[in-house]
Ligand binder design. Structure first.
Ligand code: SF4
Length: 303
């Protein structure tokens, strides 16, 4: 690729990232006037990307809000603790590095060979809530992206027996904070390209020595394969999470199946029980932000 073409592609990517993050923020009313947003920075590509795009949006947003980058140094062996302070100082952004040796606590309490993640993340969560309180943060922003959300949906279906994803916005479990995920619409592949372009000083995430979550990895591979084979499928799946039809699922707490009565009134939304159902893909937004009408209607055969 010529340098001109690369610069053009990167500009397009930047526009797309800003557009998608902005869209998620508006759709879920994630950031409001006067908010102080604590951006959790791990040193991975996603959280660097989150902070970077939020800073761009902050400069042009119609509302005023503050950003504070926060990193928790868990004292994992070999953690390069100079990288984030240097990077954040250069950015000129307000930041806080919280140093807490949770690594030793986890090592002491979890037998060798057992997974350390659940205790580690519980400790991390508690510390981050405390820091958010001390900093007077009104929102906590996390760097989960579209593919994380879809992976979670599949993991819950496959292993948890639940139709449950990862919310774009939720109240923290202690009830005190609004947690937001502004990258909810952003595909991971865009964050990978953006991290390369911006040359973020990535800190490896394997320092704790914990095993990778195999199931999440497998589901991630499945989604990546689908994305290659069937472009638009992951986008449709995200769309599906925003278009839930309780009457066509089986959760009796969401729809009154047991007391359902006929109405005698024709309705377009009623079930055409004997017809083949046609599934029309929703209109998509292409890389330039233009709406693309669906080209395929998929009949679902009823036997
Ligand atoms: S991978 Fe390591 S740092 Fe991350 S939650 Fe698990 S134990 Fe903690």
């Amino acid at each position: 690729m010529t340098p001109e073409k690369l610069a053009f592609e990167n500009k397009k990517l930047e526009k797309r990232l800003c557009r998608e993050v902005g869209r998620a923020i508006v759709d879920y009313n994630m950031i409001e006037e006067g908010d102080r947003v604590m951006v959790c920075l791990s040193g991975g590509k996603d959280s660097y990307g989150l902070l970077d795009i939020l800073m761009k949006l902050q400069a042009r947003a119609p509302v005023n809000f503050e950003l504070i980058a926060v990193n928790l140094d868990q004292k994992q062996p070999g953690f390069p603790d100079h990288i984030l302070p240097e990077y954040l100082s250069k950015l000129g952004i307000r930041y806080h590095i919280e140093t807490q040796d949770t690594y030793s606590i986890v090592k002491k309490n979890i037998p060798e060979g057992k997974t350390m993640c659940s205790l580690c993340s519980r400790l991390r969560r508690g510390i981050l809530y405390r820091v958010a309180k001390e900093l007077g943060a009104t929102k906590i922003a996390l760097g989960h992206h579209r593919d994380d959300m879809l992976q979670t949906l599949f993991l819950n279906m496959f292993f948890g027996g639940k139709l449950k994803g990862m919310p774009a916005k939720l109240v923290s479990d202690n009830g005190e904070f609004m947690v937001i995920r502004p990258l909810a619409y952003v595909p991971e592949k865009d964050l990978i390209r953006w991290a390369e372009h911006r040359q973020f000083p990535i800190i490896p995430c394997t320092l704790c020595g914990s095993q990778e979550n195999l199931q999440r990895k497998q589901v991630g591979n499945l989604l990546r394969d689908w994305d290659k084979q069937f472009p638009g499928r992951l986008e449709n799946m995200l769309h599906a999470l925003q278009n839930v039809v309780p009457s066509h699922l089986m959760d009796r707490s969401l729809y009154p199946f047991q007391t359902l009565k006929t109405t005698g009134v024709e309705s377009e939304d009623g079930d055409k029980a004997f017809d083949e159902e046609e599934i029309e893909a929703p209109a998509r937004v292409d890389e330039e932000g233009n709406e693309v009408q669906p080209s395929r209607v998929i009949p679902i055969a009823m036997s």
